[in-house]
Write a protein that binds this ligand. Structure first.
Ligand SMILES: Cc1ncc(COP(=O)(O)O)c(C=O)c1O
Length: 409
């Protein structure tokens, strides 16, 4: 057999680090935006698939179903209807492109806007995937201060003024205003108006990521999307990963045509999977509200199980941010604990979690934080996993003090 070509000498410059071999999930897997396997509406999707395939299946013979690069019109119509009803967004289907997960949308918008050296403002605790993308394109990231209601507008006003004094105009503000990742807060209406005013005053664009906006606890109301308040200032991103299934890889961007026409050439594939789009449009155009109401009830129950477990196992040593929806809990441990140092011993005990600095602009105010995702594991796995994690934490740091805990069962 001929010798293998030495590919390692042929690779292009600037490649990412090589991938590790995939390993099955450990027992206590508290990372990743996964959904609850019990909540995939299998029979409904089967029926939807049969009906849409019988009606329109022959169109699969043609790239983009012969309907253009923005995606299956019925799915765009569903996105337009849902965005109008629930987020106040007055978009037509021409303002919408379906993407291969909202991750592809993030790539497209980042590529559209970021030049090396640009300053980008992100919430001080922020989705790692967005931070990584902006950094990869050479952006300098500045953190915006957060409290339990999201971006602190007075602090942002001061920050923008300070940047201006140094001659810096940030390119855009990246924000997750409705169920922020990782703090799960909702930005109130007055702050939304304040944010838009600042963006207008300083000529800074807003990139709004509403990946989790469907996942609200019963009785929780979210103000209109930033896009609804000022479409000329905002590019809006959404996803079907969290309200239905991340493995489907469906997301969307809403933007005015002048921006959309520059985004579309950046899509870089020959269309997002059309069968997935057809099935989801068929299913959700009849069942969305009912599906979501049930899913949110299940997720809220799991959150309660997790918060109870954290309180029981960590006592006063853990402070939880109070989620208003979503699939994750952001937890602060006492000063001096570095959650990065807990990763390895936790993994040895079968526990995977997100350490704070990976979900933050700076390690300085996040190294004692961590994120736990609760949608995929069962309530019993949540209880056992949090107990196992508290044990690891105690062995490594002496915290939580066992006496600080309420009585153990
Ligand atoms: C805030 C945010 N935006 C975007 C994404 C990308 O999700 P997807 O590509 O599955 O739509 C995620 C994933 O967890 C996220 O948390």
């Amino acid at each position: 057999m001929a010798a293998l070509i030495d590919y390692s000498k042929l690779y292009s410059d600037g490649l990412p680090d090589p991938a590790a071999k995939w390993a099955p999930f450990p027992k206590y897997y508290f990372v990743g935006g996964n959904n609850d396997p019990e909540e995939i509406p299998i029979e409904g999707l089967v029926e939807a698939a049969a009906s849409v395939l019988r009606r329109e299946g022959s169109k699969l013979a043609i790239y983009n179903l012969g309907m253009g690069p923005q995606g299956y019109p019925n799915l765009r119509q569903f996105v337009a209807d849902k965005s109008r009803a629930q987020r106040g967004i007055p978009a037509s289907i021409d303002d919408i492109v379906i993407t291969t997960g909202s991750g592809q949308g993030l790539d497209m918008i980042s590529r559209l806007l970021v030049n090396p050296g640009d300053t980008v403002l992100c919430e001080e605790f922020c989705y790692q995937g967005a931070l990584n993308r902006f950094r990869k394109l050479g952006a300098k990231i500045e953190g915006m201060k957060l409290d339990g209601d999201g971006i602190v507008i007075d602090a942002l006003a001061q920050q923008l003024a300070d940047l201006k004094a140094k001659g810096i105009t940030p390119k855009f503000i990246y924000t997750i205003p409705t169920i922020q990742n990782p703090t799960a807060s909702i930005l109130p209406l007055d702050r939304r108006h304040g944010l838009i005013k600042l963006a207008r005053d300083y000529n800074v664009a807003i990139f709004e990521d509403e990946c989790y906006a469907d996942l609200l606890w019963e009785g929780v109301e979210a103000p209109p999307a930033l896009y609804a308040l000022d479409p000329g200032c905002v590019i809006h991103l959404g996803s079907f990963s969290k309200c239905l299934a991340p493995a489907l890889r469906l997301g969307y961007i809403i933007a005015e045509w002048e921006i959309m026409r520059r985004l579309l050439p950046l899509k870089g594939d020959s269309g997002t999977g059309a069968l997935d789009q057809m099935i989801v449009a068929e299913y959700f155009s009849k069942n969305f509200n009912q599906h979501l109401g049930h899913l949110n009830g299940v997720l809220h129950d799991k959150l309660k199980a997790m918060v109870e477990a954290v309180e029981r196992e960590f006592g006063a040593s853990a402070e939880c941010w109070a989620p208003k929806g979503g699939i994750f809990l952001w937890i602060k441990l006492p000063e001096g604990i570095d959650t990065r140092k807990l990763m390895k011993p936790a993994a040895e005990a079968g526990i995977i979690f997100n350490e704070g600095p990976a979900w933050a602009v700076s390690p300085h105010n996040s190294s004692n934080h961590l994120r736990l995702c609760f949608a995929m594991p069962s309530k019993q796995v949540i209880r056992d996993g949090v107990a196992a994690f508290a044990q690891v934490c105690y062995e490594q740091t002496g915290i939580p003090l066992r006496s600080a805990n309420v009585q153990r069962a």
